[in-house]
Design a protein around this ligand. Structure first.
Ligand SMILES: [Mn+2]
Length: 324
């Protein structure tokens, strides 16, 4: 893993460091940037996390040391020199937001730390490891190699990053090494029931009611290999559930016997977001890529223009062809 070494070298050499993630961010992006930022500060560096906008309330507990600021707050600062600009959990600059792209352009050096598949030319000069279950796992390993000891401030965000990105440790990317790292987090005070409830157990009743409607209208192909649910925009408005809240809905379909691929279609204006999950050896990352999106072999997504019904019919028939 030579690019791993390259990342360590760049991290050690830099002093003024800005760390960002995709916008809107998820718990893997936030957890990774927070823990990396804290660990670099422990080494005496001036690291700060800057995101296009401030954190949503539900994620604020992941940043107990308030190391994340918004791009506007950053732009108001006097000293804005950056030795190293790091993007975690994506290797696409277009996903970090327009203000962050402007800030990135002022940095001397630039590094992606990510676990999503990337073009060869990109992977060759950045820290990209698709074998990692989460960017949080990759960052946890880097922190260990930097010689910084974990504490709870870093461990809870990293634990949560891995918890979320593996849909509770169920994906094939979860290894013995992943669990040994998780063990380190428990050793410094992370409590699994507390960590789980902080991220998954803070829903309101309308969330369950919307989920109930969705699951009662779930569909599957005759052979049971493909199953899906569709989320109408008007139902999300009716139940006051935002798109962030719907992410985990698709995972419920994975309990079906014999299912190979499950998907969720979510209406958003004139577009439909499609989330794919694979229950076995079908690479949904390739499928999403062919549809203009991307992701991992077991979890991927894309956005397509069209009505909910149109897109649903079209994609399910495509998936049936692929699976037969
Ligand atoms: Mn991730």
């Amino acid at each position: 893993m030579s690019n791993h070494k390259l990342a360590l070298k760049m991290l050690r050499a830099a002093n003024r460091i800005v760390i960002t993630t995709h916008f809107p961010p998820d718990a893997d992006g936030i957890g990774s940037q927070v823990a990396l930022g804290i660990s670099l500060n422990r080494l005496g560096k001036q690291a700060i996390c800057v995101n296009e906008s401030g954190l949503m309330d539900r994620y604020k507990y992941l940043d107990s040391s308030n190391i994340i600021i918004s791009s506007d707050e950053y732009l108001n600062r006097k000293n804005k020199e950056i030795d190293l600009f790091i993007i975690v959990d994506t290797c696409s600059n277009s996903r970090i937001g327009t203000k962050m792209q402007g800030i990135a352009a002022t940095a001397q050096n630039f590094l992606y730390i990510d676990h999503h598949p990337a073009p060869k030319e990109v992977a060759a000069i950045h820290c990209i490891d698709t074998s990692m279950s989460a960017t949080g796992e990759l960052v946890g390993n880097l922190i260990s190699e930097l010689g910084v000891k974990f504490d709870k401030e870093m461990a809870l965000p990293l634990y949560t990053a891995i918890l979320i990105d593996t849909s509770s440790f169920r994906y094939p990317t979860v290894s013995g090494a992943t669990h040994r790292l998780l063990g380190d987090f428990l050793d410094v005070g992370v409590e699994p029931p507390v960590a789980y409830n902080l991220i998954y157990g803070a829903k309101k009743l309308p969330y369950l009611q919307l989920l109930g409607i969705l699951l009662s209208s779930a569909s599957a192909t005759k052979n049971g290999k493909i199953a899906w649910v569709s989320v109408k925009e008007k139902d999300m408005i009716r139940f006051g559930v935002d798109s962030e809240d719907t992410h985990a809905f698709v995972n419920y379909l994975l309990v079906l016997d014999g299912v190979k691929v499950v998907c969720m279609f979510r209406e958003s204006g004139k577009h439909v977001k499609i989330s794919f999950r694979s229950a076995g050896d079908i690479d949904v990352g390739l499928i999403a890529q062919a549809l203009g999106g991307g992701g991992h072999d077991h979890s991927a997504a894309t956005i397509i223009e069209g009505s909910l019904k149109q897109v649903e019919t079209n994609i399910i028939s495509k998936l049936e062809k692929i699976l037969n």
